[in-house]
Design a binder for this molecule. Structure first.
Ligand SMILES: *Cc1c(COP(=O)(O)O)cnc(C)c1O
Ligand SMILES: [Zn+2]
Length: 421
């Protein structure tokens, strides 16, 4: 096991690898720390070991905070049977690039996970660690996608699950959660209220709240996105990543993933410019970036991008630091721009994303319009969730033609291409 301990991100105090998440001395968040041993292996051997792993996130088990090493030839490890996530497509999006006046744009389509969002990566980690630590119940505070994933992982692993959500979530996300037989608790309040309630419950119950007491393990799951992107690009780091930001965990951990592999010599070159994407209706990190602040002022969310609606982001200060350190930024877009972002991606790539993906697509367009992206840059756009879960965002956004079943009605009503004119 390469992971050695948990460490406070602020005062660097050490903690054991238990269900701990906050520093007793300074209340800072805890993070997993590793000591990688290369055992005389060169880079080629390290890469081959990864490439020989299973077609899911467990191929990166050496770099994740679990007690058990990578799976054996059978691919079966007690904690990791269940719902394998990862190995999602990285697609070269030339028509999107052309539309934006760019040369090399890639779309990482993480909607192609078992419950259709990147949350399956983080929940797989938290659930596997929860089993190692002997928990029998998993739980979460969710803005939507986490609810789907925790409920599904509970079902796959035979663990009881409790999912707490704000009562006003999209119906598609509620239905796609309840179906797994979880205890679905609709809370009359915002995500930040739900999260506070979960923190209180966590102190009273021996439950594994994936994004509270298991958060240091949960968060490491997002590194697998960086690992996959690098592997899919032929062991290269892209020049820029555009990533949606809610709590800021995904954004900071993608940078950490590239960084860890650079330190090991698995990758060369510098970190990508990290561009964070928020909705104007919930933009505490983007506002702090613009104002030059080190911390975020909490806001009350009001946006169609509900999966990003965290008004008090736990990793806000670290996201600001990553954006500034890498020469990136955190930008915000309006609900109208989010809808346009969804349409732009759908029309140029065939990928239908939820509102959070509309946020990252719209921010990419904004960066391109501002002339911030050099022509020779390789850009990776992170698509983290599926459009079928936020159908209301596109309702009424395109024309349809209602006709009688005759050729005459068709010709009278349906516009045809230039040839017909
Ligand atoms: C949760 C989520 C994110 C980002 O979450 P962080 O809290 O910033 O890690 C991005 N996109 C979607 C679709 C999500 O569900
Ligand atoms: Zn501390």
């Amino acid at each position: 096991m390469a992971v050695t301990h948990l460490e406070c991100k602020e005062c660097k105090a050490h903690y054991p690898l238990q269900a701990l998440y906050v520093c007793e001395r300074c209340f800072g968040p805890l993070e997993a720390v590793y000591e990688h041993q290369r055992d005389g292996r060169d880079v080629g051997e390290l890469r081959r070991r990864i490439q020989g792993g299973p077609q899911n996130i467990w191929r990166y088990a050496d770099f994740l905070p679990l007690a058990e090493g990578p799976p054996g030839p059978s691919g079966r490890l007690a904690s990791r049977v269940g719902l394998p996530a990862g190995c999602t497509p990285l697609i070269r999006a030339d028509r999107l690039a052309e539309r934006l006046g760019l040369r090399e744009v890639w779309v990482k389509n993480d909607a192609a996970n078992p419950t259709h969002s990147f949350k399956d990566r983080v929940v797989s980690l938290a659930a596997a660690r929860a089993r190692e630590l002997g928990f029998e119940v998993i739980a979460c505070a969710s803005t939507g996608n986490l609810a789907n994933s925790v409920a599904a992982h509970g079902a796959a692993l035979g663990l009881d699950s409790y999912v707490l959500i704000p009562a006003d979530l999209e119906e598609q996300k509620v239905l796609a959660t309840g179906v797994y037989g979880t205890k679905l608790v609709m809370v009359d309040g915002s995500y930040d209220d739900v999260n506070r309630l979960c923190t209180e419950l966590c102190a009273e119950r021996r439950w594994a709240f994936v994004n509270v007491n298991l958060r240091p393990y949960y968060a490491e799951g997002s590194k697998t996105l960086a690992f996959e992107i690098a592997e899919q690009l032929g062991w290269e780091i892209p020049d820029r990543c555009v990533v949606p930001v809610a709590s800021g965990s995904l954004f900071t951990k993608i940078a950490k993933g590239f960084d860890e592999w650079r330190e090991l010599g698995l990758l060369d070159g510098q970190l990508p410019r990290m561009n964070g994407a928020q909705a104007e209706g919930c933009a505490p990190v983007a506002s702090a970036f613009l104002a030059g602040h080190q911390v975020c002022r909490p806001v009350k969310p009001d946006t169609i991008a509900k999966s990003l609606a965290i008004g008090n982001p736990a990793d806000g200060p670290y996201a600001l630091d990553v954006a500034r350190r890498t020469g990136g930024s955190i930008d915000a877009v309006s609900d109208e721009e989010i809808r346009e972002g969804i349409a732009l991606l759908a029309e140029t790539t065939g990928i239908f994303t939820e509102t959070a993906g509309g946020v990252s697509a719209a921010v990419l367009r904004k960066l391109a319009d501002r002339g911030e992206i050099e022509r020779d840059e390789s850009v990776v756009l992170l698509i983290t969730g599926d459009g079928l879960k936020t159908l209301d965002a596109v309702r009424g956004s395109f024309p349809t033609y209602s006709i009688a079943p005759t050729i005459e009605a068709f010709e009278a009503t349906v516009p045809e291409g230039v040839a017909a004119v």
